[in-house]
Design a protein. Structure first.
Length: 336
């Protein structure tokens, strides 16, 4: 599998921080075009916006589609190999997954397997722009295997996301005379204390919702009563959010207002006999695809615990195992 490891490193070494997917898109287009030439397939560029394309290669009418994203978070980190793991930005999220899917496709094609596809999308790390666009370009697939790091286990579900901007407004004054002003920061702190105490929903499969206060900013100077303050919160949700939305807005008032910025629903996913299972807390492109590419499954090599970190890496053993597992999943689902 040395070529698999080299392909993983080659992909890592192509910087593709969102929205800079053009170069890796061209590399994969050329790679897929070679596969299509050798095995009588077809490759399409599916335009998302100028200069950014999803890629779809298919061999016959696709029953199963292997899919993941091409973009990464910053900063760019070049690849290295310590003998056991391959390191670098995107090693597990998701350059190694792309390489495993490509090798699984070659194995399937060499054995005479047809009726499957490969879909690589842009923008997952920011706003799922590629998956949203792909949802309008269905190609008849009945099943989609989405690649994210699950340590090669089928995920039974993934949490969703609910993001708010909490905005407080005040009135500036000289800090020696605070009674003449109105502190937006104090208002924000009051609102955030109430939001932190909210009981969050729990799901029997996905577990508890969790809240992260990711950003707080405000004020003008230490000697000025602040007239503005903002916090950005991110809730990993596990079910219906109707009541939670109301509770967050109510808890923010009267000191601040809660403006919803993003919502991605939680999803429950399929399993198959003989495949190990897990549950993941992160969000994926799956909700953005809707039903356009078929029933979703979620699986990939590597652990999410090192994704988005300076220690991102992927075990070589999981890369090689993923080639087998993706091949088996395509075979199994094609017979459903």
């Amino acid at each position: 599998m040395d070529d698999l490891f080299q392909l993983t490193r080659t992909l890592i070494d192509i910087e593709s921080i969102t929205p800079n997917e053009r170069q890796i898109g061209q590399f994969l287009f050329d790679y897929l075009s070679d596969l299509a030439t050798r095995f009588n397939g077809k490759v399409e560029r599916l335009t998302v916006e100028p200069g950014r394309d999803n890629l779809f290669a298919h061999f016959g009418d696709p029953i199963v589609t292997l899919s993941t994203h091409m973009d990464t978070v910053p900063p760019f980190i070049p690849s290295r190999d310590d003998g056991t793991d391959i390191w670098g930005r995107g090693a597990c999220d998701t350059k190694g997954i792309i390489a495993s899917m490509l090798f699984a496709a070659q194995r399937l094609l060499a054995s005479g397997k047809r009726n499957f596809g490969l879909l690589f999308v842009v923008g997952e790390e920011r706003n799922s722009a590629g998956a949203i666009a792909a949802a309008q370009m269905s190609r008849g697939s009945k099943y989609i295997i989405n690649g994210e790091p699950t340590e090669n286990q089928l995920a039974l579900g993934s949490k969703g996301a609910l993001r708010f901007e909490i905005v407080a407004r005040g009135r500036m004054a000289h800090s020696a005379y605070p009674e003449l002003g109105e502190s937006a920061i104090e208002k924000l702190l009051n609102a955030m204390e109430r939001i932190r105490k909210l009981p969050l929903p729990v799901d029997s499969v996905l577990g508890p919702s969790t809240l992260n206060i990711g950003i707080i900013r405000g004020g003008r100077a230490p000697n000025v009563i602040p007239d503005e303050a903002v916090a950005e919160i991110f809730i990993r949700v596990v079910g219906d959010v109707t009541d939670l939305r109301r509770q967050v807005r109510s808890a923010a008032a009267p000191d601040a207002e809660a403006n919803e910025v993003l919502f991605i629903p939680a999803v429950h996913l399929g399993s198959l006999p003989g495949f190990a299972t897990t549950v993941v807390a992160y969000t994926t492109d799956i909700p953005a695809f809707g039903s356009a590419w078929g029933q979703p499954f979620l699986l990939g090599p590597g652990t999410i615990h090192v994704a988005h970190t300076s220690d991102e890496r992927i075990p070589k053993s999981q890369l090689t195992a993923a080639v087998d597992i993706y091949s088996q999943l395509v075979e199994r689902l094609s017979q459903q």
